[in-house]
Design a binder for this molecule. Structure first.
Ligand SMILES: *Cc1c(COP(=O)(O)O)cnc(C)c1O
Length: 397
């Protein structure tokens, strides 16, 4: 272990050296079941042969040139993302926070173009949009912001899944230009709106009535994870702006700010840029990822396996006091307990199982989209045993 890394992560005591599908191996040769996918990144699992080939071939040909030139792979991925989303154009960057930064800049410019000098964006409680100054300011978690004040201004916060709160704010703030919202809150605890499609549809109506942009952060929900290419596709609406990252490059860093209609015309020459954004290697990885998801039916698989895992937990944990709910949107799965359960991450690691806990009490699972039925059963069995052990132990204290 190096003493020369900044202490920004509380790392688990393990180093992985290789992977295949939903499995990872550490230096000692021990095998782990990966139910986290590098936090929703490795949708294709580890070392998918078609992805490895696409990346290797591209690396051998051309890794980077600069956006000063045309990039064929970037153009092809832009076409593909627009074909799948029904949206109009894309700005490529390298991460989720950068995709949201682009969205925030786009919304502000959209406001300025209409003579609104202090444009404001509605954001949600418990949201997560990233760690740059603008995106941590948009994030609804004080822990992410503490120590970094002054925050970027121009955000108005309302409770998640509360349409009335948005309507109320609309009456009192003439400078609003956009709403930024996650279809399902990931870091916030796998929070699924009560009427998931109704919520986004209501926000769409409010945006249309006021001339605001509806900006959907699909960094975690996108790229097949909830059973559709993008989570908004469970509804009848389309956003004006969508941010993507995590699963898009299967681990090769890439983000995207996607726009449609009037939002697609906001950025003009010189308004935004990125040295690495959309380079040949990253966009080849993105194209391969989308093609493999389509060829292998991984959206359908995400929906089927996600539901199977939820039902499996509900059954295995039905008589277990301390389990509040099990909820999922495809392969975004949350098991909420009645007490803080960070300790379960360590217990699971000792059992060679990779999970995450977010919002203190929610076990978060983001398995690779390639997970099969046998692996899903194994996950449910092993994790529900650990949950029972943990609850028995922490009740006994
Ligand atoms: C992870 C995440 C981000 C931030 O992405 P980075 O690539 O870490 O910058 C933004 N929004 C959502 C919804 C996320 O889940």
């Amino acid at each position: 272990m190096s003493g020369h890394l900044m202490n920004t992560y509380m790392r688990q005591p393990v180093t992985f050296v290789k992977g295949e599908g939903v499995w990872l191996w550490d230096e000692k040769g021990d095998k782990y079941l990966d139910a986290l996918s590098g936090v929703a990144v490795n949708g294709l699992g580890h070392a998918h042969p078609k992805l490895v080939k696409a990346i290797s071939d591209q690396a051998a040909r051309l890794i980077h040139v600069s956006n000063i030139y045309h990039i064929a792979e970037q153009e092809a991925l832009g076409d593909k993302v627009c074909e799948l989303s029904g949206m109009d154009n894309v700005f490529f960057c390298n991460s989720g926070c950068e995709a949201n930064e682009a969205a925030i800049k786009l919304a502000r410019l959209y406001g300025h173009n209409q003579g609104i000098e202090n444009p404001e964006i509605i954001v949600m409680e418990q949201s997560f949009h990233g760690r740059t100054m603008a995106t941590l300011s948009a994030t609804g978690n004080y822990k992410v912001q503490a120590g970094f004040e002054p925050l970027v201004s121009g955000f108005i916060r309302v409770p998640y899944d509360d349409v009335e709160a948005v309507k109320h704010v609309a009456e009192h703030h003439p400078n609003i230009v956009a709403i930024l919202v996650e279809p399902v809150q990931g870091e916030g605890g796998i929070n699924i709106p009560k009427d998931a499609s109704g919520y986004l549809e209501s926000l769409r109506k409010i945006c249309d009535a006021h001339g605001w942009l509806l900006m959907i952060d699909e960094v975690q929900t996108g790229i097949g994870r909830t059973g559709t290419w993008f989570a908004f596709q469970h509804t009848n609406i389309k956003p004006d702006v969508m941010s993507l990252a995590k699963g898009l490059g299967s681990g090769v860093p890439i983000g995207a700010c996607v726009a449609s209609g009037k939002a697609a015309e906001v950025f003009t020459y010189g308004k935004h840029g990125s040295t690495f954004g959309g380079n040949p290697l990253a966009t080849a990885a993105g194209l391969a990822t989308l093609n493999i998801i389509a060829e292998e039916g991984l959206r359908e698989n995400a929906e089927k396996i996600g539901d199977m895992i939820r039902v499996g937990f509900l059954d295995a944990l039905k008589d277990t006091a301390g389990v509040v709910t099990v909820r999922n949107a495809g392969l975004m799965i949350g098991v909420e307990l009645d007490r803080p359960c960070g300790e379960l991450v360590k217990m699971a690691l000792e059992d060679k199982l990779l999970i995450n806990v977010t919002a203190e009490k929610v076990i978060r699972l983001l398995p690779p989209l390639v997970m099969n039925e046998a692996e899903a059963h194994e996950l449910v069995k092993r994790l529900s045993d650990l949950i029972k052990q943990f609850l028995a132990k922490s009740a006994a204290k």
